[in-house]
Design a protein around this ligand. Structure first.
Ligand SMILES: O=C(O)CCC(=O)C(=O)O
Length: 283
């Protein structure tokens, strides 16, 4: 981490602004490998998170600008983010407030309930800005699972994806193959440019995609690390601001697989993530 994090100095109990996972959500998650919880995080907290991502990334736009000079500035800011060593990942290594945000106990509790494990650690976070297609710099995300790209030895992990703004169906929200968390690990398809339809056509016979639906600001989508998902283009002029963050069972061990969230932190192979950047956030 760049700076030591002094959580006591910035402590703010955010729990009144964070929702609950109910038994009905757990049942849906166990069955489908994904559950959507509307209005899980209060809009004012989403706005604060955007302001931190803006300060960190230099990207401040909410809409595709009309002015060509502003368009160039937008493209340059996005290129600048992806030129950085950790790209759009692991903001908590730079921003203590974001460390505090992602380590909130209620997010940990939510994932512990969904995974049915007694204790969870924080693993990762990613900024998911989906650029309007008109910008020419947008890219759809093809079908993939997340677990194969993480350096974790067991698939007891779940993504918490958060709509930081309202996301309409034409802004490219994620869709999921319902039940595909029961399928085998299919590899690092996104990193390797492989197509799940070609490799595993049977997946699309066995599991059906969820419907594209709009999400209010603050809606959370939790998916299992083995659930296949994708997101299409953002056909609007609005910037689709979203983030994700992974939590895993506290028993999970480090495998050494390269990953922007974990590289260079001195984690020990085959050990649990007993490291200040990976605290147990719920037990
Ligand atoms: O934000 C999105 O559209 C997709 C996110 C995603 O695919 C991922 O986090 O693995």
């Amino acid at each position: 981490m760049n700076k030591p994090v002094k959580l006591d100095e910035i402590y703010e109990d955010l729990s009144p602004m964070i929702g609950e996972v109910t038994e009905a959500h757990v049942v849906t998650f166990m069955r489908d490998g994904v559950v959507t919880i509307p209005d899980f995080v209060k809009p004012e907290l989403c706005e604060k998170v955007i302001s931190h991502f803006t300060a960190w990334s230099g990207i401040h736009w909410r809409e595709w600008p009309q002015d060509p000079a502003e368009q160039d500035a937008y493209r340059a800011a996005v290129a600048g983010l992806f030129d950085r060593p950790r790209k759009s990942f692991a903001i908590r290594q730079d921003d203590p407030w974001m460390f505090h945000f992602v380590t909130q106990r209620k997010f940990g509790e939510a994932v512990a309930k969904l995974l049915r494990v007694p204790a969870v650690r924080i693993l990762s976070e990613t900024l998911h800005i989906k650029q309007p297609q008109v910008s020419g710099i947008a890219r759809p995300l093809q079908w993939h699972q997340d677990w194969p790209s993480f350096p974790i030895d067991r698939a007891q992990a779940a993504q918490f994806w958060l709509a930081l703004v309202e996301v309409t169906p034409d802004m490219g929200p994620m869709i999921h193959l319902k039940g595909s968390h029961r399928s085998m690990p299919g590899g690092m398809l996104l990193d390797c440019g492989e197509d799940a339809h070609e490799l595993y056509p049977e997946l699309f016979e066995q599991y059906k995609p969820t419907k594209l639906k709009g999400l209010t600001q603050g809606t959370a989508v939790f998916h299992h690390g083995l659930t296949y998902h994708m997101s299409g283009p953002n056909r609007t002029n609005k910037v689709r601001w979203a983030m994700s963050s992974y939590r895993m069972s506290s028993t999970t061990r480090y495998t050494g697989q390269v990953n922007y969230n974990t590289d260079g932190l001195g984690l020990k192979l085959r050990e649990v993530f007993d490291h200040p950047n990976f605290p147990i956030v719920y037990s």
